[in-house]
Design a protein around this ligand. Sequence first.
Ligand code: TEU
Ligand code: CA
Length: 539
Amino acid sequence: TTNNDWWRGAVIYQVYPRSFFDSNNDGIGDLPGVTAKMSYIASLGVDAIWLSPFFTSPMKDFGYDVSDYCGVDPIFGDLDDFDKLIEAAHQHGLKVMIDQVLNHSSDQHPWFVESRSSLDNDKADWYIWGDANPDGTVPNNWLSVFGGPAWHWDSRRKQYYLHNFLDSQPDLNFHNPNVVDALLDTVEFWLKRGVDGFRLDTANYYYHDLELRNNPPKEEVVEGSIGVRLDNPYAYQLHLYDKSRPENIEFLKRLRALLDQYPNTTTVGEVGCDFSLDTMAAYTKGNDKLHMCYSFDLLTHDSSMTHIRNTMETIEEGLGDGWPCWAIGNHDVARVATRWGEEQDAIAKSKVYMVMQLSLRGSVCLYQGEELGLPEAELQFEQLVDPFGINFWPEFKGRDGCRTPMPWENQASGGFTLSDSPWLPMSDKQLPLAVSEQDNDALSILNAYREFLHLRKAHPVLINGDIEFLSHDDTTLEYIRKNDSEQLYIALNTSAEEKVIATTLELETFPLPQSIQSGHFENQQVTLPAYSVFFGSIK
Ligand code: TEU
Ligand code: CA
């Protein structure tokens, strides 16, 4: 790989700034807090940071509702703090990617304030306005991801506007070229400021069907298939018209042309839809649209190796010269140690998934706290702040449980803040896993991450090698990574039982760090104790 494609196989550490480190003790993490912890991030051995939104925002969706795309919200600091963050990151050899929420703005954004003010202002069609039916009902059957119809009545214009998310997050009208120009200007603003790339929020939502056709019902509804809940009617529609429209391809090409003027920059698009693997392929093939995408396919409740193998094989078939990126956790889903773990063995099991994620083919997004094996925080209804969770309680407890502050130290405030009231409480379940507790424990999951990330760098086959799957059952998986200089055999066991796999390969044990439970090879048999992995060099 040349410097230009550092992103192929990069490990991207996602920082949720509100919950990372609070530098001024107001209870909310901020940009100087991220800068203060830069050497910790660098100590992990990751390549880049993805910063969740820090832009000016009324915070109805905690920053995913932007009211000034070129400003820093005072809660997080100012532009000067941002410049310092970039500088510190670059000094540590880390790239910085920021989160662009282009699909929708806040309803407080001046563009929307103007758009809603009359039927004939300059920005009248910068958002998606639709007339009521003669009986006053909404224009069509489109639904909001966060519950209820995707249309909200505006009494001044006497029209509905479209919002795929909260009604305080109106969708921008990408069919209007002025909107696209204005958004690309904001992207360029940050490129000029020295960012190395973007995570693109809801990258497949940008265009809607101009005819406003109804979405058809979905034939088969699968639990958690795209991170959408079965308790939400949204899951029962096939989303053919409200998002994932073909016009998006041309927009992504324009976006890419802009990025190509700034060498060594990259994008990772978030893709959430019913045909996410095809969409990821369509968006990344040809190296003229997005660099990478991630989907919700590994953010679901299905942790079986059957599902993982199917996902990987499907993407490998469709992707061509495109490049995938995998996330097994983020700020939208229950923490992976709880979602895929069993209370007792969560850490041992998480280490196996860590090795899996870092040895499959593709780049990796690693969500803050995953390296600590943090379980989902348990919150009471009264403690919730996520509107999505509040809407769907108690079937769905929302996204606050994966967003509680990072435990830096094992004490009441978690070393996150000196304030008595952090914006979300510290989780008692997480404090024993604080950074300070794990730092000096050679066998901790934190050190396992560091050691394995180091090993990954030392063996580029794990980054750029081809992948070939051998056998699997629901809890074991074998595969080979292969490039011109190295061939590695990998076997994983995510079950609590010992597993034995027979092989005809001639293997030489490839030593793994002590922090990772390792299997062994003898008489053409790979023995995998509970929650272990085995690596062999193929002779
Ligand atoms: O998420 C998009 C998205 O599809 C999620 O709403 C997802 O379905 C849900 O969170 C699963 O639990 C992005 C951001 O990652 C999310 O934080 C924002 O709330 C959302 O867009 C709106 O900007
Ligand atoms: Ca603060």
